[in-house]
Write a protein that binds this ligand. Sequence first.
Ligand SMILES: Cc1ncc(COP(=O)(O)O)c(/C=N/[C@@H]2CCCCNC2=O)c1O
Length: 438
Amino acid sequence: MSNPSLRQRDAACIAEIGRLRFSPLSLVGGRGNRLIEEGGREVLDLSGSAGPAMLGYSHPAIVEAVEQSVRSMAGASLLLYPNEPAVSLAERLLALTPGTGERRVWFGHSGSDANDCALRVLAAATGRSRFISFIGSYHGNLSGSMGISGHTAMTHTLPRPGVLLLPYPDPYRPRFSAEEVLSLLDYQFETTCPPDQVAAVFIEPLMSDGGLIVPPPGFLKALEARCRRHGIRIVVDEVKVGLARSGLLHCFQHEGLTPDLVVFGKALGSGLPLSAVVGPSEIMDHAPAFALLTTAGNPVAAAAGNAALRTIETEGLVERSARIGKLFADGLRALGDRHEIIGDVRGRGLAIGVDLVEDRTTRAPVPATTTAKIIYRGYELGAAFTYVGLKANVLEFMPPLTLTEDEVAEGIAIVDRAMADVAAGKVSDADVASFMMW
Ligand SMILES: Cc1ncc(COP(=O)(O)O)c(/C=N/[C@@H]2CCCCNC2=O)c1O
């Protein structure tokens, strides 16, 4: 019997609950913007590993920072001892995150634990037990952060008591206009959701897993104004679209928001487990020993974080993300001349969604199998990308911000061919049966 493949071994030991697989791609390495498949094939990465790979893979700045830090580890627990990399990273985050007054930084391992921490400390510090969030939002997969998320993939878990989930207005499918959502919120405030009981609103400035939805201009600013009237804090979840990806350093800057707390993750560690919450001291200093994760803010992950933030600056990734993102989105839009399935191409910077429809007039989403087949065929042709959306019909492109113009052209050509091949029936339902996961 030949040696089992990596995928077969994975199937024999990795728990299904921890899988969200879009293709048979199994990895033995990565460098630059390419993933190295078992067997040696190099696959162009247009997924960024769901966002963390802001700098691609094995970026020299990350390798050097991690190597230097791990060779003389300044402890392994920020809880017990300050360490130079974590304190430097906190100082950097305070300097680059707009805000006023005394503020502090909390470190976590993931976007989930950072949102968990934010909501728990807000409830405790404000004495308010209600939260506002949005249908389609994804803030994490721990009890707390899942409990304020509104993604259809979360319906296996009941929402947190006291959370108000509002529709997130979608300009492409305006089932609820921005005005109707705000009017619904006003009515809730007048009836079953007293605003003085609401601790905070959690906002994705660009809704990612819910379908890469850019909110209508002014909506988030109008929401903020209502919150300000009632002392409701604004928590902006920048975990996926923050740190230069949107074409500005912070995605909330596109909306003119003034957050109270900002949640970072994914790209902050550039592949290492690292997240952060930046917020006012009256919240973040609520009590000692309130939000403890033993290895959070460890010197190795923090060293990667420092290198990631430095590289955003030294490689001009904010401007690059805007420029390459426009090139990529324009290229995807141009495919619409050949593929009726493309209903909408949207996003900001290098956070791009392609909304796939059965019919451009009705805008009815394609079946999830169609989306999955395009991703599967894209994999066979040499590119890795994923899908999101409450109807699993939005191709998600979250590539490394280091993507080159040539790689954009390569990626567009692969998407083009994948769509044509799927339309020609070259991918079967059986091919994608095990990749229909959310
Ligand atoms: C806006 C936003 N906030 C928080 C999270 C949770 O981050 P972690 O998965 O690092 O805990 C996420 C994670 N999003 C999912 C992770 C599961 C796989 C599907 N793709 C994502 O990006 C997010 O998008």
